[in-house]
Write a protein of this length. Structure first.
Length: 342
């Protein structure tokens, strides 16, 4: 009888401890502005959120919002102000706010987003973070997307002159300024607006990684693709958490979370992008045949020249931030080369 009583008492105590732990679990709100079924969410961030719960033994949980807590252009600020606790999104949606991140938007560098993301995280920690960049939040990850290509509704971009007069949706101001020098008309707009832009003919084309055509179900509107090796641009993206919420987590749990975040999370997101982009490239090239082409040397040379003013402006911005831009840029490229086994 005494044994049974001990077991019952033990069970009640364990149950009470479990209930107490569950009641005191910290639930963080994630700003869900991107399609929840996109692989970057369900295979990337949601998997990371499950890992957070696991490594903290359920003391910290993350819950995606049922609807956006803030639009993508206000994503970062929503975390600063506490409207959202965690957010993921492109830096380029807030032009001029994060000038140092524009370094990874330069063309021809992002051949494998996983490798480039590891190089980017290391560059961020070594050069950008010490300047105070993103000091009003806690940065859990920094990654790049796959290199962007040129996707057109009707007319292909084969030579530099083909850009003239074309209305092209651009995800970053750096890219917009570059194509403007080649006679194109850059149109700003979020990915959520892309279907309307293409279906209604508001734009002649768009520049983004091939995967996003399928991710946002707009591939049927694209009849011509010009692939730019290493990308005509790449996007820089952040994964951040509100500072006060981070400080409310125990030191042991913060340490456990950072062990699965940082470089590991950055590489995870970049690698997923690379994997899905390769699959999309194969599907597009199979469907389009000769209308899926690789940019000619003449075109890549013109694109490179078009980015020169942007590069110059970035080095000036880096100097204003107190860093050696040449050293940061060379370090990033060297890391990409080394990690690629070249």
């Amino acid at each position: 009888m005494k044994t049974i009583q001990k077991l019952l008492v033990g069970g009640v105590m364990a149950s009470a401890l479990f209930c107490h732990s569950a009641a005191n679990a910290l639930t963080l709100r994630y700003n869900q502005w991107f399609p929840s079924q996109h692989w970057s969410q369900k295979d990337g961030l949601y998997d990371f959120f499950k890992e957070i719960e696991k490594v903290t033994d359920g003391r910290v949980k993350v819950r995606p919002s049922a609807k956006p807590l803030a639009p993508p252009t206000k994503n970062y600020q929503a975390v600063v102000s506490g409207i959202a606790d965690i957010a993921w999104g492109p830096h380029g949606y807030t032009p001029g706010a994060f000038p140092l991140t524009e370094m990874v938007e330069f063309p021809f560098v992002t051949k494998d987003a996983g490798i480039s993301s590891k190089a980017y995280w290391r560059t961020y920690k070594k050069f950008f973070e010490p300047t105070g960049m993103q000091e009003n939040v806690v940065t859990l990850g920094m990654h790049v997307t796959s290199g962007g290509n040129i996707h057109m509704r009707e007319d292909a971009i084969v030579s530099p002159g083909d850009f003239s007069g074309k209305k092209l949706r651009v995800p970053t101001s750096v890219l917009g300024e570059a194509i403007k020098t080649m006679g194109a008309v850059p149109i700003s707009g979020s990915l959520n607006e892309l279907r309307e832009f293409l279906s209604r003919g508001i734009i002649d084309g768009t520049m983004l990684s091939d995967e996003l055509l399928f991710g946002f179900k707009v591939d049927k509107y694209v009849k011509q693709v010009t692939q730019v090796p290493g990308g005509i641009f790449a996007n820089s993206a952040f994964i951040i958490i509100n500072k006060d919420k981070w400080e409310s987590i125990s030191e042991a749990d913060r340490k456990a979370i950072m062990e699965i975040a940082g470089e590991n999370l950055s590489v995870k997101m970049g690698s997923l992008w690379h994997k899905n982009d390769l699959e999309a490239q194969e599907m597009l090239s199979k469907r389009l045949g000769d209308d899926y082409r690789v940019a000619s040397p003449e075109l890549t040379e013109a694109i490179d020249k078009a980015f020169e003013p942007g590069r110059k402006a970035w080095f000036e911005a880096a100097a204003e931030a107190g860093i050696d831009g040449e050293a940061a840029w060379n370090y990033y490229k060297a890391q990409v080369k080394e990690l690629s086994g070249q």
